[in-house]
Design a binder for this molecule. Structure first.
Ligand SMILES: NC(=O)c1ccc[n+]([C@@H]2O[C@H](COP(=O)([O-])OP(=O)(O)OC[C@H]3O[C@@H](n4cnc5c(N)ncnc54)[C@H](OP(=O)(O)O)[C@@H]3O)[C@@H](O)[C@H]2O)c1
Length: 212
């Protein structure tokens, strides 16, 4: 039986990760540090933390694996620096705490097109986060790169995403499978499956390989 550490458990993908971990017979304990408290569950430890000052010495950083679905939007973050702080710095800071505590496996929800050399700021940040996570030398690192997400309800209105989903729904048969929208549940299932059966080294799961 394993211990799972989930980052971003209040978000769309994070909620799916949390529900799947709590339901899994392979997982006996789930740790989900969040800035807002989660509903209680007998399997769940939910430390409420400030990601600007993570408690590096907390014992709960030691788990069998981490699944990370932390992230914000430029709209929410209000600046490129604010976006970078969450999507890069918070992810790296948490990963470092887990690595130093001896957690051997890390899985990140990244994005289709992530690349440190992308001209698109969002994709460049995702690529830099992937690259810098690689430098932490987790024995097993999985980077999942979904296309547009469909799934749980959004608390914030995201017009660009809605437009993308509209296009995705109506034009998906014309697009290569890599560009089809994928469900938050499928992303969570694929990432958690990879973390439960870790491979040594860096594994990249492109969007067309995300299981339904
Ligand atoms: N949406 C898409 O179509 C899409 C496509 C490809 C990849 N992705 C990537 O997939 C990942 C997950 O996406 P999602 O749609 O599940 O995101 P989401 O619903 O916005 O959830 C993001 C999570 O990050 C947390 N978070 C954000 N800012 C924070 C802060 N300042 N301090 C602490 N926690 C913070 C949120 O906590 P709170 O609930 O407290 O805000 C939430 O738990 C993201 O990295 C995103 O870039 C998204």
């Amino acid at each position: 039986m394993k211990t799972a550490l989930i980052l971003g458990a209040t978000g769309q993908v994070g909620q799916s990760l949390l529900a799947q971990a709590l339901a899994s017979l392979k997982i006996s304990r789930v740790v989900a540090p969040t800035r807002r408290p989660l509903p209680t569950h007998t399997k769940l430890d939910n430390p409420v933390v400030d990601f600007e000052a993570l408690p590096a010495d907390a014992r709960w950083w030691k788990a069998d694996f981490v699944c990370c679905a932390l992230g914000t939007t430029l709209r929410q973050a209000k600046s490129r620096a604010g976006f970078y702080r969450v999507d890069h710095d918070y992810v790296l800071a948490a990963a470092q705490c887990a690595r130093e505590a001896g957690t051997p496996v890390f899985g990140l929800v990244s994005s289709l097109g992530a690349s440190p050399t992308s001209r698109v700021f969002y994709l460049r940040v995702k690529g830099e986060t992937e690259r810098d996570l690689g430098a932490l030398n987790f024995p097993s690192l999985t980077l999942i790169r979904p296309a547009l997400l469909i799934g749980g309800p959004r608390s914030q209105n995201r017009p660009l995403e809605s437009f993308g989903l509209f296009l995705g729904k109506h034009l998906s048969s014309l697009l290569p499978r890599r560009y089809h929208a994928v469900s938050t549940q499928s992303v969570a299932r694929s990432l958690m499956g990879a973390c439960l059966e870790p491979e040594t080294g860096i594994r990249i799961i492109e969007s067309e390989l995300i299981r339904d």
